[in-house]
Design a protein around this ligand. Sequence first.
Ligand SMILES: [Zn+2]
Length: 263
Amino acid sequence: MTDRYSTLFPSVQQQVSAAEWETRVNLAACYRLIDRYGMSDLIYNHITARIPGSDDHLLINLYGLLYKEITASSLVKIDVEGNILSTPDTDYGINKSGYVIHGAIHKARPDVGCIIHTHTRAGMAVSSVKSGLLPMTQTSMRFAGHLGYHDYEGPAIDLAERERLVVDLGPHDAMILRNHGLLTCGATIQQAFNTMYQLELACRAQLDAMSAGDEITLPPQEVLEKTAHLYQPGTRRPYGVLEWHALLRLLAAEPGGYPPYYQ
Ligand SMILES: [Zn+2]
């Protein structure tokens, strides 16, 4: 018997609601963009999205695919506990233990439509320095007072740690998992992506500044607070919306070799 590890999946567009298909296309694009901007980690980690109007149904990647292989029709539909509701005809499954962080947040935060977790080099590095993320650049200032920290407790997430994870995230849309990596969430896929892009960039800039060896200068507290407020989603405009169509055009224009994300 041969394993069925093909990644050519038939389209499910005709079998799902319009809302689910739209979520699938945007989530597949989000996986591609996380990879495109250097934030993927082989086949590991997850981006999950809630299907609007559904009874807490979520979409997640098949475990074993590179982010650049993920398509709308390859995504798996699960409930909030991680039980599979529908999946392509394949021997690939889902990484249920990797899902528990996402599951805890989806359960506790009904306002969250999408969660992204990464293990990037810059994210892991900043997650391991005592000072955490410094509000040293305009990009990082949006996170001042709007960033959770969760201490590392080992790879297995038990029930009690799930509760601490939710408490540590609080009302924020971004969290540093100490000695581990980054997590962002948002009302929409677009917003969660935008927040992760900014958080990652802030981490990279901080490491560049730290390695320069000079003292790092920070603006006064009142400037930080004002800036953080002005950069919250909804203060001036929602985040990730204007950029999204441009980002989809970027994906569409890239040379092929993999099935398009919208398949
Ligand atoms: Zn992780």
